[in-house]
Design a protein around this ligand. Structure first.
Ligand code: APR
Length: 234
């Protein structure tokens, strides 16, 4: 293995072959839903039930028999087995497919579907079923509403300090299945380049930031991700 400190960033494209829709492809989630309605604090204030329904449906889909990790998720779990904490897996995805494939060192910068969070204290609980505004928190008195533990547009992603630190010290940065439209994740490659890391894009097609990567492979994640990691480990 030529690299000791790897940061991998994943986006919706890595889960597409697992049966989960991406956001911006032609049949993506943002074709059927308005970002302002279901992915902003203002949308939640305006019509909370619409927001609960949207994430309840996605949480239910995650538990369905049709959805399971694919070879790209497993390839990343295998790399972690080889180099342990030398790999930090940063994902924009709110699904749990990395964990189901066996990855442990995962940071969900945009939150997770299977968690609800108190709107006042920010304390989160695990949740597998549906919930809405009738679910009270148990951390405050009197209790407050719970919201999906999802980072919406206009909010600050989780783990930013730790992620920035890891990228600033990495020797390989690999971006997988993301269109490069959403910051701060879209800016990670520039940070990695400044740190002198080798930067690689693995995606179905060139992303918005494709020119910033030193190396590119285009194709299905289930094919190009295992292939790329084989080449750097053999
Ligand atoms: N293999 C590899 N890449 C794929 C595949 C596949 N099988 N299918 C689709 N892709 C690529 C698409 O070409 C696209 O470039 O995955 C990318 C998905 O892009 P988006 O839908 O924009 O998803 P993502 O980049 O993860 O979105 C970032 O936007 O709305 C927010 O919070 C949401 O986390 C999300 C963020």
């Amino acid at each position: 293995m030529n690299y000791q400190r790897i940061v991998v960033l994943t986006g919706a494209g890595i889960s597409a072959e697992s049966g989960i829709k991406t956001f911006r492809d032609s049949n993506g989630l943002w074709n059927d839903h308005t970002i302002e309605d279901v992915a902003t604090p203002q949308g939640f204030e305006r019509c909370p039930q619409l927001v609960y329904d949207f994430y309840n449906a996605r949480r239910k889909q995650l538990l369905s028999a049709d959805v399971s990790p694919n070879l790209a998720h497993f390839a990343l779990a295998n790399i972690e087995k080889m180099i342990g904490n030398g790999l930090l897996l940063v994902t924009q995805n709110v699904d749990n497919l990395h964990e189901r494939a066996g990855s442990k060192n995962v940071r969900h910068m945009h939150g997770v579907l299977q968690r609800a969070r108190c709107i006042v204290s920010g304390k989160a609980i695990n949740i597998t079923g549906d919930f809405d505004q009738k679910l009270d928190c148990t951390c405050c008195y009197p209790s407050n509403r719970m919201r999906p533990d999802i980072v919406w547009f206009g909010e600050i992603p989780h783990y930013m300090d730790e992620i920035a630190e890891a990228i600033s010290n990495c020797d390989l940065f690999v971006s997988i299945g993301t269109s490069g439209n959403v910051y701060p994740a879209a800016g990670f490659v520039a940070l990695a380049n400044r740190a002198g890391a080798h930067s690689v894009e693995l995606n179905l097609e060139p992303s918005s930031g494709t020119n910033q990567f030193a190396q590119h492979h285009y194709g299905l994640a289930s094919v190009i991700v295992p292939r790329f990691f084989n080449t750097i480990t053999n």
